[in-house]
Design a protein around this ligand. Structure first.
Ligand code: PGA
Length: 246
């Protein structure tokens, strides 16, 4: 895993967007596995701009999302269906038939997880996976302790994750469970980009990059990945090289 450090959020976002756009231009039928959250918003903005300028087309690409809250209808304002439509899928030339987001309202969530994992496999597997990182080191909704051999499944969110995400929900209560793509599925992606911005990620970034590879720090799994790159702004990189990584 290597790290690229940029002066600020905009530069980090632009570099990540350019890396994704380059990959899709080289292979227009690329399969992308994509994150939600605050961090990737700048990357999505630039990808939308590049698409509008005609510099990249997503018409033949396939899209999967990393996760979705369990129990939310796809039109719930805090759902990742809505997030992706508003910030990316609704603004580019994507083919709706090739956009996949886990159905958090599925009557049989276990069957939905199996269906989702099978759809990733049928697509030929993920070419580019873009990740954020939680303050606790989670990737997707794989919280600390997530087995490295896990697949798409229903998970219970940690209290700290629910607190960070609470503001998106009525009465400040985030759902307790979610569907997430698993660690093994992320690890099998041919290329992984992990984006981090802000000092509140510095500790997790340092532990992921400089600490031991351990299921207690999910992002550290990328230490074993042949093509994983961390895109960091200076704030997110501020904990590196201090020997504090656990
Ligand atoms: P954030 O979330 O980009 O909103 O900080 C990242 C994550 O929790 O994976």
């Amino acid at each position: 895993m290597r790290a690229r450090i940029f002066p600020d959020y905009e530069a980090m976002s632009a570099a990540a967007a350019d890396a994704v756009a380059r990959r899709v231009s080289e292979d227009p039928s690329s399969v992308l596995l994509l994150p939600t959250g605050t961090t990737p918003l700048g990357m999505y903005r630039r990808l939308v701009d590049l698409c509008r300028l005609g510099d990249v087309s997503f018409a033949e690409a396939t899209f999967f999302n990393l996760d979705e809250y369990l129990g939310l209808l796809p039109d719930h304002p805090a759902s990742y269906h809505v997030y992706m439509k508003e910030h990316f899928y609704g603004l580019i030339d994507a083919d709706p038939a090739r956009i996949f987001v886990p159905d958090g309202a599925a009557l049989d969530p276990e069957a939905e997880c199996e269906r989702y994992e099978a759809a990733i496999k049928e697509s030929g597997g993920v070419d580019v996976c873009v990740l954020g990182i939680g303050r606790n080191g989670h990737i997707g909704f794989n919280e600390p302790g997530a087995p490295f051999d896990s697949r798409t499944r229903v998970v219970t969110l940690s209290e700290s994750t629910r607190l960070v995400n609470a503001a998106d929900f009525e009465a400040n209560r985030a759902p307790e469970r979610a569907i997430t793509v698993g660690m093994a599925t992320i690890a099998e992606s041919r290329e992984v980009l992990l984006l981090a911005s802000d000092t509140n990620k510095a500790k997790a970034v340092a532990a992921a990059l400089e600490g031991e590879v351990s299921e207690s720090m999910p992002a550290s799994m990328l230490g074993h990945h042949p093509r994983a790159t961390l895109f960091l702004d200076e704030d997110a990189a501020s904990g590196l090289g201090q020997g504090v990584a656990g």
